[in-house]
Design a protein around this ligand. Sequence first.
Ligand SMILES: [Zn+2]
Length: 265
Amino acid sequence: MMTDLEGVCGVLGFDQWAVPEGRYYDEAKRLLTLEVNAAIEGFCAAGATEIDVIDGHGHGGINQLLLDRRAGYLRGPWPGPYPLMMDESYDVMAFVGQHAKAGTPCAHMAHTGMFSVLDYEVNGLSVGEYGLYTMCGETMGIRTIFGSGDEAFAQEAQALTPGVETVSVKRGINPGSGDECSAEGYRQKNNGARHMHPERARELIRAGAEQALRRFAEAPETFAAIGMRPPYRKVVKYRSVGANPAYTLIRENERCLIELLNTYT
Ligand SMILES: [Zn+2]
């Protein structure tokens, strides 16, 4: 289970919630961990025998003491960052607390890795963190079956991998792509949202996770893959950061997607 902090119900903004200096950072970690526990409940009800939770938020997003004791907890540093501690031993992948990709209108705290990324394309397909990790999983035979986060994220996931079970826990209210913003400006742009009650969000996550795994066990073909094929080419457009101007990074790899994603120079 991939986890992130910005797509959690009740996590209201970036600076006060998603970084250790923020006043509500510990509360944000608690809210994420309770959403993760709800998903674990659902997966276990559907027959899951082993679950590992990957702490994917940069500064950490899980309160391990609150985490359901049936799950393992994975936290780096690790080589990469891709594929973020995944390996071929897993059958399926799920996302909890995920946000939409950079440039998505009405998406709460949207970004792709960092707020400095304007757009990230692989073989001409614009993707966010969901797409990047799902592609990594696919190269190892892992299928993504569930994702929870804000409404724009849920729409992004369904468009990329039709059939994936999604749960929307909040809806961003700031229109516009923000493509004109610097990295700093974009970090401040999408902090507005309409949230449901966090307990309601957990009920939906529990039910959605159970439904996802039951359906996967019965009809795995109802979950589509992105289906990216080699050779691979990535085009990453960056915003201006302070005095540094915007630029574009283009890299190619004949056969290995994960190697390509880990290439930054
Ligand atoms: Zn993220």
